[in-house]
Write a protein that binds this ligand. Structure first.
Ligand code: AMP
Ligand code: GLY
Length: 427
């Protein structure tokens, strides 16, 4: 089969790495890709958000199956446009992608179908939002309804902060139309985990759980980011918790989306709060997690591609995937300044030395080659995902940081404490 992967981050590198190993894959293309992906796929400079450009590309390359990585093209209807043009793809329709592109939509689904989540109300009017915030008190959480690259959530410690956030969002100044509607919700306590399930519109095939570190700096402090590192397994997400998540959250959502006339076909990524009463939904994403996918792919022992095809075509009830018992961990190396302003174009050295550490895979998240195609340059906020698998999480962490230490890139930084919750101090 001729496969096209849409996107160009670390998630897409990990997906391309797994798909390239499939006996079903004859030729692999990635648009736009990056300099790491170029080792396993032919990269073509078409932006992930360029919907007509991606459909044209599928036509030009006579693609048999398209795998859509990021949320923006899904929310913009790439899967729908590809289907109209006669192409099969992995990733939900725009209507089903509302589980990520509208937080209010998801909250309403949870309320209607009894899926456990934080209590909430939706607002488009500041006065009404302000009255509700005052009756709830702080801490309280204010969210822009639409896609805001992870920046549309404010966990407010005081009522005034919450009202300021609501005003900021509803004014349209910071988030444009994504903030025209907001959700104000209860602050939940507990530990966060990410869980993934492939869904074919009717059936769900559970993948595995992982934990991500959203804050920029060690000790989980500093600004929110797209994710600074991840690991699997997550001790808090044991088999019993997984069972409850499937029964109480994932399967009710699959049934709900079918009943609503927007069956969900793709990977459902549940951001969970594991509290005293069990798992509750923080939010859904309609695509693979980044950087969680990087550690998932290191533990996957089965061929990924047939599972993605069964997700698109139906038939997941006959599917089973095998996972290694090893642990996997990834450290994100980001450009200095990320998640705020950062520079692009600094040179990265030592990638081969890093990759030669046993058990290590270096996935590229934001890189490009310089003009002569030899030097690797930083080309994004999150730039590298230095990943390792080993029998224990402590060993995976040692290997990943041994590889990080071989990378010579003064323009970047990373956290030094990935997986701290899962490891005793000093390990
Ligand atoms: P989201 O973009 O919805 O994943 O939210 C970003 C982060 O905000 C989450 O990873 C949580 O740490 C936090 N958060 C979101 N909603 C809540 C909530 N209702 N209670 C506590 N923390 C939350
Ligand atoms: N790991 C966070 C995300 O993929 O949104």
């Amino acid at each position: 089969m001729r496969i096209l992967v849409v996107g160009g981050g670390g998630r897409e590198h990990a997906l391309c790495w797994a798909i390239a190993a499939s006996p079903l894959c004859a030729e692999l293309f990635c648009a736009p890709g990056n300099s790491g992906i170029a080792a396993v796929a032919e990269c073509i400079a078409v932006a992930a958000e360029d919907i007509p450009g991606q459909v044209d590309l599928a036509r030009r390359l006579a693609i048999d199956f398209v795998v859509i990585g990021p949320e923006a093209p899904l929310a913009a209807g790439l899967a729908d446009r590809l289907a109209e043009a006669g192409f099969k793809s992995f990733g939900p329709s725009a209507a089903a992608a509302r589980l990520e592109s509208s937080k209010g939509f998801t909250k309403d689904i949870c309320r209607k179908y009894g899926i456990p989540t934080a209590a909430y109300e939706r607002f488009t009017d500041l006065g009404a939002a302000e009255r509700y915030i005052r009756t709830q008190g702080a801490p309280v959480v204010v969210k822009a309804d639409g896609l805001a690259a992870g920046k549309g959530v404010v966990v407010a410690e005081t009522v005034d902060q919450a009202i300021d956030a609501a005003r900021d969002m509803l004014s349209g100044n910071r988030f444009g139309s994504a903030g025209a509607s907001i959700v104000v919700e209860e602050f939940m306590t507990g530990e966060e985990a990410s869980f993934f399930a492939l869904c074919d519109g009717e059936h769900a095939l559970p993948l595995i759980g992982a934990q991500d570190h959203k804050r920029a700096f060690d000790g989980d402090v500093g600004p929110n980011t797209g994710g600074m590192g991840a690991y699997t397994p997550a001790p808090i997400f044991d088999a019993a918790m997984q069972r409850r998540t499937i029964d109480e959250i994932i399967l009710p959502t699959v049934r709900a989306m079918k009943a609503e006339g927007a069956p969900f076909r793709g990977v459902l990524y549940a951001g969970l709060m594991i509290g005293a009463k069990g798992p509750r939904l923080i939010e859904y994403n309609c695509r693979f997690g980044d950087p969680e996918t990087q550690v998932l792919m290191l533990r996957l022992r089965s061929d990924l591609l047939p599972a993605l095809i069964a997700t698109a075509e139906g038939g997941l009830q006959h599917f089973d995937l095998r996972w290694s018992n090893d642990a996997a961990l990834t450290v994100v190396m980001a450009a200095n300044g990320y998640p705020d302003a950062y520079e692009k174009g600094s040179e990265i050295r030592g990638l081969e030395q890093a990759a030669s550490v046993p058990g290590v895979q270096v996935f590229h998240a934001g890189t490009r080659f310089d003009a002569d195609g030899k030097r690797v340059l930083a080309n994004g906020g999150r730039v590298l995902n230095v990943s390792a698998s080993a029998r224990t999480l402590a060993d995976a962490r040692r290997l990943a940081y041994a590889a990080v230490d071989r990378i010579d890139w003064p323009g970047g930084f990373c956290r030094r404490d990935i997986a701290w919750r899962a490891l005793p101090k000093g390990e």
